[in-house]
Design a protein. Structure first.
Length: 88
């Protein structure tokens, strides 16, 4: 996949997630959060008003720390594709 094709696939996956009206599993949301932040290289600290949510987000970012932006985009696309493929 070329960088341009990856960017298009990533943007489509983000749009699909944003347009989905049902709840996502919490573990998937945390992974998507981390992949999105890494893909966009916006790694500022989580800023939820709830400390526990900040801790979960920080942990998700920590687990994705070695991913490149390109790998994070691939992981995001793969996670979204798998979720929609197997959800019932």
């Amino acid at each position: 996949m070329t960088p341009e094709e990856l960017q298009i696939a990533f943007e489509e996956a983000v749009e699909r997630v944003n347009n989905h009206t049902e709840s996502f599993p919490a573990d998937l949301l945390l992974r998507l959060y981390a992949y999105y932040k890494k893909a966009n290289q916006s790694l500022e600290d989580p800023n939820s008003k709830k400390p526990l949510i900040n801790a979960f987000k920080a942990n998700a970012l920590f687990q994705a720390r070695f991913l490149s932006p390109e790998d994070a985009k691939k992981e995001y696309v793969d996670a979204v594709t798998t979720y929609f493929l197997y959800r019932k």
